[in-house]
Design a protein around this ligand. Structure first.
Ligand code: HEC
Length: 204
């Protein structure tokens, strides 16, 4: 589990800021509003990143474990039953919105917000190794929101269900995802994006 989470950290680009920046006593005593808001934005961005990593790590660990124990067709079925619930669980635990999107969806419920789709469309044709994660803070209806998105590439085990699947996986796919668009990928291709959104806390 630890290893898998670490792999995802690497895949997301590495440069991770600590979640909690220690507050300096002198600064805290000053009425430094812009700094306070920069800190709140930094904390929200860190929360979004952490949540995205947690989701990636959770799902990846489940899939790898399932493949080793039960093979691809049974693992596909398990994912169809658990991926949505695990995503909601991570969102709840981290108090953020989080998900995975793609331009070729398996589950239409994974479409995600427009900004995440737009970001993915903008990097779609870039080689996966060159795609940098994106962060931004936007203001919507007077409320600031921190956004994070990172590319998801196709690795070897993904091909079992997203490459040229065997007959047993194909049969499960047409049963569980009749509208599936997520096969035909090759190693190293960009499969989609993981995205997260966290509210920037105001007044603190
Ligand atoms: C055992 C089969 C299986 C394997 C292996 C697998 N996936 Fe999937 N993948 C699925 C299923 C099933 C879904 C739909 C889950 C749901 O209903 O939300 C899915 C959904 C996704 C999505 C969300 C977007 C969409 O199309 O719904 C992404 C992104 C994704 N997979 C990437 C990967 C990557 C990257 C790997 C390799 C690390 C991988 N998958 C390995 C079965 C698999």
């Amino acid at each position: 589990m630890r290893n898998l989470v670490f792999l995802l950290l690497v895949a997301c680009g590495g440069s991770e800021a600590p979640v909690e920046t220690p507050v300096e006593v002198e600064r805290a005593a000053e009425p430094a509003a812009p700094e306070a808001s920069a800190d709140a934005e930094g904390a929200a961005l860190a929360a979004a990143k952490e949540g995205a990593k947690a989701l990636g790590g959770t799902l990846k660990a489940k899939v790898i474990e399932g493949l080793a124990a039960n093979g691809p067709a049974a693992t596909l079925e398990m994912c169809s039953q658990e991926a949505q619930g695990l995503t909601a669980m991570v969102a709840g635990e981290h108090q953020i919105k989080v998900g995975r999107t793609s331009d070729k969806l398996r589950n239409p419920n994974n479409a995600g917000p427009e900004w995440a789709q737009a970001w993915f469309a903008s990097v779609r044709d870039t080689p996966v190794a060159e795609v940098k994660p994106m962060t931004e803070v936007v203001e919507i209806d007077g409320k600031k929101v921190a956004r994070f998105a990172a590319p998801i590439g196709i690795a070897e085990p993904c091909l079992l269900c997203h490459g040229s699947p065997g007959d047993d996986v194909k049969a499960k796919l047409s049963e569980l995802y009749p509208e599936d668009k997520a096969t035909g990928y090759e190693l190293g291709q960009l499969r989609g994006a993981i995205w997260a959104e966290a509210d920037v806390k105001s007044g603190s």
